[in-house]
Design a protein. Structure first.
Length: 369
């Protein structure tokens, strides 16, 4: 079999992670704060990193909690806000782990269509006018996973207006914000909700260092109303006393040090090359496919024409037989998605992408046969 090419995992390849910079950051962390790094700490997270995050977002420190990865932050928020039977709006398609987490908690998951500029606000408005009263709306605004789209500024304002009018909380799940490699940056929904460092009323924000530093550090965080953050802090205390001070101290030393800007730029340049190569290869080998060319992030969502008998499970099997791994579109939806799949370009070097897509195109044809 030909060499394996995996488009399945949303993680950077090791060649674009600044390993030497992380090693230096680890040494600095233990040298500068041995007691703080080696101790338990508290549930708020490593204090210098919490302060750095608060300064980054222009909010007081009591608006921030640092967690073991952003998925832990998601879980704390869902446990605090969502009760069985509560309606929760998500994008269609959306991150598969979000669907799993919400359904495990008994949420009434309501999927709203995703367009090239983000969630279909008109569809959401119609549902709200028709009686839908969600407790929460989960939104991935930057280079959406799996769709690749970015929420427009107009829609960010519209979502805030709907949240204020109908009394639901916007969960801005934004791990890819800092890996934009083309186009103009947009303000976070959090910033629009609480300009000039005010207290957010309609938004809680989550982010992660997995995409900008490395996945292995498992460090994420939440920014939100301090009353909500305090409740989540109690949950965190009861869950693990404190998150990993070692990981968070290394992250702090790395992101506050001299090497981080260049390391992040290296990641963005590599992702830009890989995303561009993937889009070009799809147009050549799978011209019937439709997709949004992302301006950042890790993912590209591919849809094949409906009504032609495509089955993503069969495509995934045929692709695996050819040494190519993808993720089925049905994993990101409650129903449908048989004609779609997600490709993660973050871990595939540019020189392997064309061959991977060529094999994938063969798999699509074989699955139809």
């Amino acid at each position: 079999m030909a060499d394996s090419i995996s488009f399945s995992r949303g993680a950077p390849s090791a060649d674009i992670v600044d390993i030497d910079g992380l090693k230096e950051a680890a040494v600095r962390a233990f040298e500068k704060d041995p007691a703080g790094v080696a101790g338990y700490g508290t549930a708020i997270g490593y204090v210098p990193l919490r302060r750095w995050i608060a300064e980054k977002h222009g909010v007081p420190e009591d608006h921030v909690i640092v967690t073991n990865g952003s998925m832990q932050a998601d879980a704390f928020l869902f446990d605090e806000v969502v009760s069985p039977g509560d309606a929760v709006v998500v994008e269609r398609p959306t991150y598969d782990r979000t669907l799993l987490g919400l359904r495990e908690r008994g949420a009434d998951v309501r999927l709203i269509g995703l367009q090239s500029d983000g969630i279909d606000v008109d569809e959401l408005r119609a549902e709200l006018e028709g009686g839908l009263r969600p407790k929460l709306a989960h939104i991935i605004p930057s280079f959406q996973n799996p769709g690749g789209s970015t929420l427009s500024l107009e829609k960010r304002h519209a979502l805030l207006e709907l949240a204020a009018q109908y009394g639901f909380l916007i969960f801005e799940d934004d791990p890819y914000f800092d890996v934009r490699f083309t186009g103009e940056p947009l303000p976070r929904i959090l910033e629009l909700d609480a300009p000039d460092g005010g207290t957010p009323t309609n938004v809680v924000y989550a982010c992660s260092f997995s995409k900008t530093v490395c996945p292995g550090v498992r460090v994420g965080y939440l920014v939100g109303n301090p009353e909500l953050i305090k409740k989540i802090q109690r949950r965190a205390t009861n869950t693990y006393i404190a998150p990993s001070q070692v990981s968070q101290a290394i992250v702090y030393e790395f992101v506050s040090g001299d090497r981080f800007p260049a390391a992040l730029q290296n990641v963005k340049e590599a992702l830009a090359e890989r995303a561009g190569t993937l889009g070009k290869a799809l147009k050549e080998h799978l011209p019937q496919a439709s997709f949004v060319q992302p301006e950042g992030g890790y993912f590209l969502w591919v849809e094949l024409p409906e009504g032609e008998g495509h089955d993503c499970a069969k495509i995934a099997k045929e692709a695996a037989d050819r040494g190519v791994q993808i993720v089925k579109g049905t994993d990101f939806l409650v129903e449908g998605g048989e004609n779609a799949f997600r490709l993660a370009y973050s871990a595939v070097t540019a020189d392997k992408i064309d061959d991977g897509v060529r094999r994938l195109a063969e798999a699509v044809e074989a699955a139809k046969g």
